[in-house]
Write a protein that binds this ligand. Sequence first.
Ligand SMILES: CC(C)(COP(=O)(O)OP(=O)(O)OC[C@H]1O[C@@H](n2cnc3c(N)ncnc32)[C@H](O)[C@@H]1OP(=O)(O)O)[C@@H](O)C(=O)NCCC(=O)NCCS
Length: 240
Amino acid sequence: MILNQGYLVKRRTSTRQVEPYTMRLVEAKEIDRVMQLQHQVYEGLPNKQVLYKDTKIEMLDDLYNGALIIGVFNSEDRLISYRYISFPGKSNKNLGNDIQLLESELDRVVHLETTLVDPQYRGNRLQSLTLSKAIELIEPMEMKHLLCTVSPYNLFSLYNIMSAGLNIKALKRKYGDEAQNGMWRFILHKDISDDIAWNDLNAKSLKMDSLLEQKFLIEKGYVGYKLNKDTQMIQYSLAN
Ligand SMILES: CC(C)(COP(=O)(O)OP(=O)(O)OC[C@H]1O[C@@H](n2cnc3c(N)ncnc32)[C@H](O)[C@@H]1OP(=O)(O)O)[C@@H](O)C(=O)NCCC(=O)NCCS
């Protein structure tokens, strides 16, 4: 089923080329295409800490349990971007546990897992476009909580996800082998049914990579609700 079609700009070294795209769900039998794009994007990252790679087994397991992968394909039917969403239910990996959601709410959690865009196609707002599509797809499922993790060193992803209304509710190490205690991640949350209006008046601003100061504020009940892309400062305010 086609979810969306349109045009995007492909960047080459000195030229830009407009090209049609198609958005559709990726099937389990196409998982190797997903792995290939993940590998390519990961290898190109200057800071590998920003992306925790999913394994093929994990993704397939999730797909058989209802997870969805929204794929974007270029004019040659090559996968150039995807967004992976999953429904963790009562499993340990439910990020609701990291922000003290009530147990009765855990079944209504959707995880925004990995999102990637091929570097040649960045700047087309595909991360935001696939997020809007994901929210549309889950609408009939009566889900309530969107949750995801983002690295404090991932400016572009953090900006896009906070602009979509997800707020920082925790900062901790995740996904680690125990020896290294994991990688630093913000845990972001949005109640789908609730659009909160934040008041800048008493807000405190902290640099996105100043970890201990942010952790301290969050532990005092502050929530991060806005990121300034130019200054890389995050605004925090007390939750009502
Ligand atoms: C995060 C990511 C998905 C965003 O891609 P996107 O949707 O194409 O980003 P946007 O369209 O919002 O880009 C806005 C601007 O930032 C730039 N930009 C986006 N990602 C960038 C990156 N990783 N490095 C440098 N510039 C980047 C774009 O070129 C664009 O610039 P412009 O306004 O001058 O055209 C993409 O950077 C990516 O795949 N990163 C690596 C994987 C990752 O970190 N995923 C998120 C964690 S799972």
